[in-house]
Ligand binder design. Structure first.
Ligand code: PHE
Length: 480
């Protein structure tokens, strides 16, 4: 009865596509290449892959199992284990909210590029005469930034208002495979450009020199890779708990918790193999930062492919990145909205999905404004930088630039602190208090025996907590 009210996935494939759709997004395509570019290429890649294996898969299983066993959104799901654990659930919905504030600004930028290529196909100048340098121009085009931020927010809200099956599921089934195909085409094209080799070397040739870089070091790489891993896999917060809560007992949790991280990691690697060689071929610094994807792809579409083909491919690419971003942002908004929906159901009221999504969208718009108006910390912004408001010094040592830029500041709160902390608490709860058996029992409900108990025991009890403490330590020392 209650399940009927909340909504449920139509099939396991539908769930998988939606979960992979949540995982695969701007994190993979925009975040992964630029973070890898900033923190040493190969060294980052190795640390990232290790984290997916030791932490990502484990936390994924824990969150899906918690969602499905309780059938509830994050706060109530943790509360069902023990009333005082509700606080972990509260953290789990602050993260998606904070992420949405910058995610939708970035999503708007993706739409702006998509439109730029679309009108260029028909002979107009879609990039305001700026061509390759459009990124720098767009950041200061505040009206444009806000307009596209709003468009992205409205599309996002519309889908969530549509509900679990008709909205989310239908959308993701087609978009995810199409994105993979588009990536392959661009990877092959980039591979054929002179100089592309440098990008593969950066990613795959063993080199750990970044560990001795005083501004980054091992801790710098570890915390960047950890934050990226949580962000990219949609973990350490409410999204997977919420999606798990709509999953039928018949499906194998252990299989799904492997497929989602693998698919996500493959797409991130593909994005790396698209962006890094493109940087090498078009002379863009790997460590350029958040503008890396946009800059390198302008090189590919405008200079490399050029002409109508370049414009068509550019449009197609940004269209699919936009879809990937939307399938992620809807899971973020769903994680927030489901909380209110569950509250209404608990009070015996009919759930008001539309109102919930609408209220959150408005709040996200307001809190996202500083991100749209500070030119991503490039200086000369319309709003004061975080450090000015907090009376701190500008910049900070080398790598720690969070106090210059609102996007980095929001990102630090979510993927830097709340997500590792959420994963730490979850692993402690399942490792030591409730016991991992809770998760294995839930997995076995589908009739599939759970085969990897010893591995998961060690991960829940020891490995995940230790790594999370180290990550948080690295984060905190950086903060002060
Ligand atoms: N994983 C998404 C991405 O890579 C972002 C996201 C984070 C979505 C957390 C849901 C929850 O873009």
């Amino acid at each position: 009865m209650q399940e009927h009210n909340r909504g449920q996935w139509g099939s396991n494939l539908g769930f998988l596509m939606a979960a992979v759709g949540s995982a695969v997004g701007l994190g993979n395509i925009w975040g992964f290449p630029y973070k890898m570019g900033k923190t040493g290429g190969f060294a980052f890649l190795i640390v990232y892959l290790a984290l997916v294996l030791l932490v990502g898969i484990v936390v994924m299983l824990g969150e899906l199992a918690l969602g499905r066993s309780t059938g509830k959104s994050p706060i109530e799901a943790y509360g069902a284990l023990k009333a005082k654990y509700k606080i972990v659930g509260v953290m789990a919905i602050i993260s998606p909210f904070v992420i949405l504030c910058f995610y939708c600004v970035l999503g708007g930028m993706v739409m702006r590029y998509m439109l730029g290529f679309l009108v260029s196909i028909f002979g107009a100048d879609g990039f305001s005469g700026q061509g390759d340098g459009f990124f720098g121009y767009l950041l200061y085009d505040y009206k444009g930034m806000i307009l596209f931020f709003i468009i992205f927010l409205v599309v996002n809200m519309g889908i969530i208002m549509g509900g679990v099956q008709s909205g989310i599921e239908r959308f993701t089934k087609i978009a995810m495979p199409a994105l993979a195909v588009c990536l392959v085409i661009i990877i092959v094209f980039v591979a054929m450009q002179p100089g592309a080799k440098g990008g593969y070397e950066f990613m795959f040739k063993p080199d750990f020199s970044v560990f001795s870089d005083p501004d980054i070091g091992f801790f710098g790489v570890l915390k960047t890779a950890a934050g990226q891993m949580f962000f990219s896999l949609s973990l350490g917060m409410g999204a997977m708990i919420t999606y798990g809560s709509y999953l039928s007992k018949k499906e194998s949790l252990q299989r799904n918790s492997l497929i989602i991280p693998i698919a996500d990691t493959v797409i991130a690697l593909m994005a790396g193999m698209m962006v890094m060689p493109a940087c090498a071929a078009y002379g863009i610094d790997f460590g350029k930062g958040p503008g890396l994807l946009f800059a390198s792809m302008q090189g590919v579409f405008l200079d490399g492919m050029g002409g109508t083909i370049g414009n068509v491919m550019g449009f197609l690419f940004y269209f699919l990145v936009f879809i990937a971003a939307i399938t992620s942002s809807i899971s973020l908004l769903e994680a927030c909205s489901a909380t209110i929906i569950d509250k209404q159901i608990a009070k015996g009221k009919a759930p008001r999905r539309k109102t919930a999504a609408g209220i959150f969208t408005l709040c996200i718009f307001i809190l996202g404004l500083p991100i749209a108006l500070d030119a991503l910390g490039s200086g000369g912004a319309l709003v004061k930088a975080p450090y000015e408001l907090m009376g701190l010094e500008a910049g900070g040592a080398g790598y720690a630039m969070w106090n210059d830029c609102w996007l980095d500041f929001y990102d630090l709160i979510a993927e830097g602190i709340l997500m590792p902390l959420g994963a730490l608490l979850m692993s402690l709860i399942f490792g030591w208090v409730v016991g991992p058996k809770y998760i294995y029992d839930e997995c076995e409900q589908s009739g599939h025996p759970f085969k990897f108990k010893p591995y998961f025991d060690v991960c829940f009890k020891v490995i995940v907590p230790i790594i999370m403490v180290v990550v948080l330590y690295a984060q905190i020392t950086d903060f002060f």
